[in-house]
Design a protein around this ligand. Structure first.
Ligand code: GLC
Length: 803
């Protein structure tokens, strides 16, 4: 832990004994003799907030991370006191606060397991230079405890034995050990004795986490200023911890438009217009599905945001419309730096309105980015956000751009040692004025939020689509994200896999990497393997920097094009499955990707696995991460799984070799799953979907699956115009029953399901739909186990011959 060097005689300071206790509804105040107060809020039975002051009173309670939509309220709260401690008991937790030193211990109320315990607990150092404190917390790390989370850290999924910092940083060509990089998500999950809990340290200053690195039995976290202010979530299921954190910091405000879950092609940069058209028409010519095309900074006039280079793009509105007619949604980049240029209206307006960030002594914050010297809007000022959102009117409403890509919003500044603003820059922080030390980590989030507000307004009645590079906890409410400037290496393919999983367990599922690598150029094999992984990432985009050659699916050899097409087609077939999972994420905060530990924490074999993950609830995928591979070893989680390619059934709970030549990858389907599939389309909405395929994977026993459908865009689904189909599969030796329960008022364009049964252990003798026997001849029979049924069946009963 950091040692005080400035104040030689003071060092670490600690709370002394508690002399006073007060309760104010859900808030409990414990006051120590040296003016330390612990404010403990019982947010829910399994969610406690701990907040400390060292000066006898608290600053204004304000956080960008916490959503106003978070669920609050507990069933039980009892407070007792004995000689040694106070005890706070809810229906899930018992929390002890020691009277001697304010140290906290938290137990599972049901079985008494000690879940989390302060080691030194809260302590602090005074900050001579800035005022306030460097606030610190240390906790006992249990033998065998594992740690997960923390956003975009590019190293091993299990954080044990590592130390990390959170300070959003532009990190071109970062590596496995680079820290920090673009995002600051100070949330982790701890897992020991089969039980998981989470800690969210809601402090936007630079923060650090040490997971039993410095001392084997201690995990600590600290920040360079602000309050010790953390939330404790109890599972004991890791999935519940992640859902609970996501509920507190916010689920996405709504579903993305379905096209945003399709394939996106990007490059720095496609220009002029003829080049853009050449790319999009090649997709159509080669019949490779694609939904979005990106314009990087060169579409602008001298990199001035909200302008166009009229030489390259003489008539953007016409171009965007023509692209749209061909199924391509245009996404344009917008950076935070505004070029200092008196002839540029955005600059003039912001200057007149006093919207730019300033240094402590009143000068403007000046920094170099793509356009040259720039000033930067203070997105932490609500008035500035409102103004910024208005700037999108022309781009979205008039020109017809469908998505906006926010980049360089750490904020990145070129040619300066720390790559960002100096500490003394002032921010409004929504009426809580502060320096950049406090606002740095949330700057990108507030920019993305302002952009989102603009898109929401001008895209209406359609859904907005935003992408951001920088993020703090809670940013998932507004936008999707990517993992920044990676490199075309096999190690980066490993990193991309880790980062997408880690983001999902950090509440931010709508994430993906620059497929193929941003810097340098991949070989066809690496590109192919990366696409294979990418079809399972919620945000699915190829991007690369211009100077290293082409990175379109046809830039390699024909075999690559064919394999890449095949995998993108699988993504498009799986869209209803992914969309249903996304709906679950938006509704319940359920992560879209589940690392094996998140899928089955009871199996200790999963605690250090990094490569395999579950996409949605029922598809297990594992990328091939090495060149020249004909397959790989992987761990199959417990239960039975169908090999996606061969329908061969494997029994999990063990590591095994799986064949996967370059045209394949290990994919397995959980037995009992019903996977909804679309026909292949070149872009979302190309075809009217009149039939959905249901791939049914026989299981002896029960399994639930879902299918969510709506208009694929717009907000009607929030008013009940959606269709949710819950399927329960029950398999026995000689029969298979599928029950369907329907909800919602949306009339789906599809009327039938094409049922395809996999792994049926008997020959079909009879099929009954809602108790009526269907003559097998009358079914559009396609082989022995495929048939068409009306979408509104309640019970589908498939029988084998009686012995
Ligand atoms: C940054 C972004 C990259 C983009 C480039 C030019 O490096 O991370 O994605 O292409 O800037 O805008």
């Amino acid at each position: 832990m950091i040692v005080n060097t400035e104040l030689e005689n003071k060092g670490n300071l600690f709370p002394l004994n508690i002399i006073d206790f007060k309760k104010d509804v859900d808030k409990l105040y414990f006051t120590a003799i040296n003016d330390v107060i612990l404010e403990l809020t019982v947010v829910r039975d399994s969610l406690l907030r701990f907040r400390y002051t060292t000066v006898g009173n608290f600053n204004n309670d304000f956080s960008y991370a916490i959503t106003k939509y978070a669920s609050i309220g507990y069933n039980k709260l009892e407070i007792t006191e004995n000689e040694k401690c106070y005890e706070v008991v809810t229906s899930k937790l018992r929390c002890e606060i020691s009277k001697d030193d304010m140290r906290v211990s938290i137990y599972d109320v049901v079985d008494g397991t000690l879940i989390n315990q302060d080691e030194s607990g809260f302590h602090w150092e005074e900050s001579y230079e800035y005022g306030g404190n460097i606030v610190k917390m240390s906790k006992v790390s249990n033998d065998g405890e594992s740690y997960y989370g923390l956003g975009d850290k590019p190293n091993h999924l299990n954080l044990k034995g590592k130390r990390y910092s959170n300070w959003a940083t532009d990190s071109y060509a970062y590596g496995k050990d680079t820290d920090p990089i673009y995002k600051a998500i100070p949330f982790y999950t701890g897992l020991h004795h089969g039980k998981a809990y989470g800690i969210f340290f809601d402090n936007s200053f630079m923060s650090s986490f040490d997971f039993a690195q410095e001392r084997r039995n201690v995990t600590s976290f600290w920040a360079q200023g602000g309050e010790m202010n953390y939330y404790f979530f109890y599972g004991p299921k890791m999935n519940d911890v992640v859902e609970s954190y996501t509920d507190l910091t916010g689920k996405p405000h709504h579903l993305p438009p379905l096209w945003a879950l399709g394939f996106h092609q990007c490059k720095w940069s496609y220009y002029p217009e003829s080049k853009v058209k050449e790319i999009t028409s090649t997709f159509r010519k080669l019949q490779i599905p694609c939904d979005a095309i990106y314009l990087d900074i060169d579409y602008m006039d001298g990199f001035r945001c909200f302008t166009w280079n009229k030489e390259y793009f003489p008539d953007p509105k016409r171009m965007v419309k023509e692209l749209m007619d061909d199924g391509f949604k245009t996404v344009a980049i917008i950076d935070p730096g505004i070029k200092i240029d008196k002839d540029y209206s955005v600059f003039r307006e912001a200057l007149e309105k006093d919207y730019f960030c300033k240094r402590a002594d009143g000068d403007y914050m000046k920094g170099k980015v793509w356009p040259g010297e720039c000033y930067f809007p203070d997105f932490t000022n609500p008035e500035v956000r409102e103004w910024w959102s208005g700037l999108f009117q022309e781009l979205i409403e008039d020109i017809g751009v469908k998505g906006v890509w926010n980049d360089m919003n750490e904020p990145a500044v070129m040619e300066v040692p720390n790559k960002t603003f100096p500490d003394d820059v002032r921010h409004d922080y929504d009426g809580n004025p502060c320096s950049h030390r406090k606002a740095h980590n949330i700057y990108g989030m507030q920019m993305a939020r302002a952009t989102y507000q603009g898109l929401k307004k001008y895209s209406y009645p359609k859904r907005p689509f935003v992408i951001t590079r920088s993020a703090y906890s809670g940013t998932q409410r507004y936008t999707s994200t990517w993992t920044g400037d990676n490199v075309a290496t096999w190690e980066h393919l490993w990193i991309a896999n880790i980062q997408a999983q880690r983001m999902a367990m950090s509440g931010f599922s709508f994430a993906g990497s620059d497929i193929g690598g941003f810097a340098e150029q991949p070989q066809g094999e690496l590109f192919t393997r990366w696409i294979q992984l990418g079809i399972f990432h919620p945000f699915f985009r190829v991007h690369s920097s211009g100077d290293h050659g082409d990175q379109e699916p046809w830039a390699f050899d024909e075999d690559v094009t064919d394999i890449v097409r095949k995998f993108i087609e699988i993504r498009y077939q799986l869209l209803p499955y992914l969309y249903t999972s996304f709906w679950n994420y938006v509704e319940n905060g359920t992560p879209l990707l589940k690392s094996l530990v998140l899928y089955d924490q009871a199996d200790v074999q999963t605690h250090y696995r990094t490569d395999e993950f579950v996409f949605g609830q029922q598809i297990l995928a594992c990328p091939v991460l090495e060149p020249n591979a004909k397959g790989r070893r992987m761990y199959i989680p417990k239960g039975k799984w169908y090999n996606f390619w061969s329908d061969e059934i494997v029994k999990g709970g063990k590591e095994m070799w799986v064949d996967a030549d370059i045209d394949s990858m290990p994919i397995f389907i959980k037995e009992g799953a019903i996977i909804p599939k679309y026909p292949i389309q070149q872009y979302v909405g190309e075809k009217e979907i009149t039939e959905i395929s249901l791939d049914v994977y026989y299981k002896k026993g029960k399994e639930n699956s879902q299918l969510f459908s709506d208009a694929n865009d717009g907000f009607d689904y929030t008013k009940g115009r959606y269709s949710l189909r819950n399927f329960t599969l029950t398999g026995r030796d000689n029969e298979l029953i599928i029950n369907q329960h329907k909800e919602g008022k949306f009339i789906t364009p599809y009327n039938t399901f094409k049922v395809q049964i996999h792994g049926l252990p008997f020959e079909i003798y009879e099929i009954q739909i809602d108790n009526e026997t269907i003559s097998l001849e009358h079914l559009k029979s396609n082989g022995t186990s495929s048939f068409v049924v009306d979408k509104n069946f309640s019970e589908l009963h498939i029988l084998g011959k009686k012995e």
